[in-house]
Structure formats: structure tokens, C-alpha cells
Write a protein that binds this ligand. Structure first.
Ligand code: SAH
Length: 250
């Protein structure tokens, strides 16, 4: 069976994924630790993506070239941009764009030179399967995160959103920058730092790709909030529950 690549953006998330693998073995490539193992009997390779587009692209390339993964699923956190996309919601990418790509006037803004496009779509079948798994988890998150986290982070009735995610090499944490992104990419639901790069690598290799992001902040002046606590208590638990739900479904 071809292994599935699982990329996590943060250490806490990878640690939670590794707890679900009974038999992981570490292999080091390009200064990264890749963890080969099984989850619900399916071969997986789990790895920390590292932060930023170049680091994530290198990690994705190694997953494909060295580990022969047949699909890649990315989980992480993101800042909410779309109206109604609030902390504790989940965004499933249907396409991704690099918001900081700008080779104008040679190419239109956001277009990746020589690709003739600015957006990279995720795989519809893989994304549909993850959508079903995520919906199942979001119906009742209490078993996964506990009532304390629901109260602390205001996770009443978290929603799943689907659409465009914008990626770039900036942690967006001012209201001014957030507004400017909302103006230039009005359909973008969320902003993060890796997804569009991995989508481009997967498009190059013809490897199906999907991305799920839990909203950790609103990419505004309050976006400095206690990140690691949110990731530990909420995002990593959502990710593991959603991935597990997906992998155990035949
Ligand atoms: N302050 C954090 C920085 C983590 S970098 C820390 O001390 O650890 C942010 C990570 O979360 C990246 O993987 C990125 O993809 C995602 N992310 C979450 N919110 C974001 C935002 N508002 N802007 C950009 N990336 C964001």
C-alpha cells in the first residue's frame, strides 16, 4: 500500500499524531525527522512541515521523492479572514494562493510565473472524504477537547468552511494587514504560511493534496494570543480526531 503523507505545522500537533501510531520509526532526511508507521492499519509518514513556504515545500518534496507517498494531507492552524470564520472553526481548502507572490508587471499579481495560474486546487475526492470526517468531529467536539477548553476558547458550535486559503511568509497579526488581505483576496477564508507551497509541489508531482486548518486567531492585533495553549488543547485534538475519523473509514 502506498503510504499517506501527513504534514503538521506545529510540534504539538505532530506529537499528537505520533501518539496515534503504535509502531513509528524515525528516518532523517534533509535535517527533518520523518516518522513511518501505521494508523488504523494504513501506512503513513508523519512529519513536521516546518514554518514558511520554502521549508514546507522541501518537506513535501522529500515526502514524495524519498517516501513515495501517494497523497498528502496538511493539518495546522490559521488566521481567519472571511467573515464568520471564527476561532475554533475549521477551514478545508478547496484551493490555495500565495498572497505574497507578485511578479507584476511581468505577470498578474499572485500568478506563479510559468504556471499560468495563481490558484492551486486541492484534490476533490480526498477533500470530500476529509470534509465528511471533519463534520463528524465538529458535530460534538466535547469528547475531543473537553468542556473546559470549549468554555475557555468559546468553541460553541464550531463550523466547517470550505474555499480559498491564502499562504505567505508572514504571520499576519495586525488589523491593517488583515484588512489589506481581505481587500486583495476577498474570497480568502483564512491565512497561513505553508499550504499553497505544498499544493504547488503536489501539483508538480501529480500527488493528491488536501489541507485542513483550525482557526487559531483572526489575523488581527489580537493574533498574539496564547498560541501553544490553543494548539495543545484544541487544534491538535481536532486534527487527530479528524485524521483518525478519515483513516478508519474504509
Ligand atoms: N507566534 C507563533 C508563530 C507560529 S507561526 C509561535 O510563537 O509559535 C504561525 C503558524 O501558524 C504557521 O504554521 C502558520 O501557517 C499558522 N498561522 C496561524 N495564524 C496565522 C496568521 N495569523 N498568519 C499567518 N500564519 C498563521
Amino acid at each position: 500500500m502506498t503510504p499517506i503523507g501527513i504534514m503538521s505545522a506545529m510540534h504539538e500537533e505532530l506529537a499528537a499524531v505520533l501518539q496515534a501510531l503504535p509502531d513509528e520509526q524515525r528516518v532523517q532526511v534533509a535535517g527533518r525527522d520523518f516518522w513511518q508507521g501505521h494508523w488504523h492499519g494504513r501506512p503513513v509518514v508523519a512529519v513536521l512541515s516546518r514554518i514558511g513556504k520554502v521549508a514546507a515545500a522541501t518537506t513535501a518534496t522529500a515526502l514524495i521523492e524519498r517516501f513515495g507517498v501517494g497523497q498528502i494531507v496538511f493539518t495546522g492552524v490559521a488566521g481567519g479572514l472571511g467573515s464568520g470564520v471564527k476561532v475554533g472553526d475549521v477551514v478545508l481548502a478547496r484551493s490555495l494562493v500565495q498572497h505574497d507572490m507578485d511578479a507584476s508587471p511581468l505577470f498578474p499579481r499572485h500568478e506563479v510565473p510559468l504556471y499560468g495560474r495563481s490558484r492551486f486546487d486541492t484534490d476533490p475526492g480526498l477533500s470530500d472524504a476529509l470534509q465528511r470526517a471533519s463534520q463528524e468531529v465538529l458535530v460534538d467536539v466535547a469528547p475531543h477537547v473537553g468542556f473546559e477548553a470549549i468554555a475557555e476558547f468559546g468553541l460553541q458550535s464550531p463550523r466547517l468552511h470550505e474555499g480559498l486559503i491564502a499562504s505567505g511568509d508572514r504571520f499576519v497579526s495586525t488589523t491593517a494587514e488583515c484588512r489589506s488581505l481581505q481587500q486583495t483576496l476577498p474570497e480568502a477564508l483564512a491565512v497561513e504560511m505553508e499550504g499553497a507551497a505544498v499544493a504547488q509541489v503536489c501539483a508538480d508531482y501529480g500527488v493528491p493534496f488536501a489541507a485542513l486548518r483550525t482557526i487559531s486567531d483572526r489575523a488581527d492585533d489580537d493574533a498574539h494570543a496564547d498560541f501553544s495553549r490553543f494548539i495543545r488543547q484544541v487544534a491538535s485534538r481536532y486534527s487527530v480526531a479528524m485524521l483518525s475519523q478519515w483513516l478508519k473509514t474504509p
